[in-house]
Design a protein around this ligand. Structure first.
Ligand code: FAD
Ligand code: SF4
Length: 339
């Protein structure tokens, strides 16, 4: 690991001021960044620690007047998953968080850091191989290499790596927005939909964050429905990233879907969502034909890379199982306000 300066910020304004110079990086739980620094895949000169910043709501979970929630960027994954309001109103989020990593890691990992965690592509971590994300223009070893855990949606000739976060998949289905603070003191709110960039020909640019810009919080609107399921398929029951994951939020009225949001993990270069699928689901009742057509529609543009071809039928089967479970009569949660 290369030497670096370390500063602990006490407020968001101080953090952005300290980070407003080339070679600076924020550090929160450090569960991803420190691994990357040890491998010298990332080598910041200066770390600005924001893990203990509580000011401006960075350390809290606050109910909002519209019935939604503001989640501070320094809130740990454990605290967020265990929060009573999150468990009651956004069980999808709680389950996605608990499906990630291990208890020790979740105790350190934060909301902001989780959104910005880097891919788990093996070649990204191996400095002896070409990787456009780590070293722009060097090539992509995964295209003709081992690509079992890679993406089937949103890929480009430059990069086929997945976004690894479980939390971000749930947030995508819940229409989250990300609140940012610039070193000039300017605040802006970006929908999560536009926060992560597709790789295109510049996979090293992963988000729309400007240099020195800090994630202050994540905002959630009230959920569109009480039926919320997160299912993660992985190689081991814990300590493993998703091969595929499906997040579904539904509202049913008179046996038919009145609202639907579906997001997918382990399959996209960004947390994936498909508006055409959601439009198709609205007004439908549960049937084998519906589940078949939903899978066909979702996977219409999926592209396997060889080693990950199995994700196409696996995602189809997982979506079918999750939709069937979410639409079943017993899934109705009176506390969620469904008619
Ligand atoms: C063994 C292992 C297994 C794992 N399994 C899973 C899993 O199954 N599912 C899953 O989703 N995740 C998994 N993870 C990843 C883990 O969830 C992330 O490492 C963690 O969420 C990152 O949060 P952090 O606070 O530690 O971020 P850090 O490592 O501190 O930072 C990550 C990045 O975010 C930036 N950053 C942090 N906070 C801010 C902020 N407020 N504003 C702007 N930039 C910021 C940092 O500069 C850095 O670039 C696993 C990790 C490990 C080590
Ligand atoms: S898939 Fe992306 S992260 Fe992996 S080697 Fe290719 S460019 Fe690098």
């Amino acid at each position: 690991m290369r030497p670096f300066d370390y500063h602990r910020a006490t407020s968001p304004a101080e953090a952005t001021r300290l980070a407003d110079q080339k070679g600076s990086a924020f550090i929160a739980g450090g569960t991803n960044l420190l691994d990357l620094m040890k491998l010298e895949v990332m080598a910041p000169d200066r770390l600005v620690d924001v893990s203990r910043v509580d000011a401006d709501g960075m350390g809290g979970i606050e109910p909002q007047p519209d019935g939604g929630l503001r989640i501070g960027a320094s809130v740990t994954n454990s605290a967020l998953a265990a929060d009573p309001l999150v468990r009651r109103q956004y069980p999808l989020l709680s389950r996605a968080l608990l499906a990630g990593a291990t208890a020790q890691l979740r105790n350190k990992a934060t909301t902001g850091g989780n959104l910005l965690q880097r891919t788990r592509c093996y070649y990204f971590y191996d400095r002896d191989t070409p990787c456009n994300k780590r070293s722009p223009g060097s090539g992509c070893a995964a295209q003709k290499g081992v690509n079992r855990n890679h993406a089937i949606f949103g890929t480009s000739p430059a990069c086929i790596a997945t976004h690894p976060s479980d939390m971000a998949v749930a947030l995508r289905a819940l229409d989250a927005r990300v609140e940012l603070l610039s070193p000039r003191g300017k605040r802006r709110i970006v929908p999560l939909e536009g926060f992560h960039r597709l790789p295109g020909d510049s996979p090293h640019l992963e988000t729309v964050l400007a240099p020195g810009e800090l994630i202050l919080a994540v905002h959630l609107p009230p959920p569109i429905g009480p039926r919320q399921i997160y299912r993660k398929v992985r190689d081991r029951a814990s300590y493993a990233f998703a091969l595929v994951s499906v997040a579904v939020v539904l509202r049913m009225e008179d046996g038919r879907i009145s609202e639907a949001a579906c997001a997918f993990g382990g399959v996209g270069t960004v947390p994936w969502r498909d508006p055409a699928l959601e439009i198709f689901l609205k007004g439908e009742a549960a049937s084998e034909a519906l589940f078949d057509e939903a899978g066909r529609l979702l996977l219409r543009d999926a592209r396997g890379q060889g080693g990950n071809d199995f994700k196409i039928p696996l995602l189809k089967r997982t979506l079918r199982a999750v939709l069937a479970e979410a639409m079943a009569e017993r899934a109705s949660n009176p506390a969620g306000g469904e008619a």
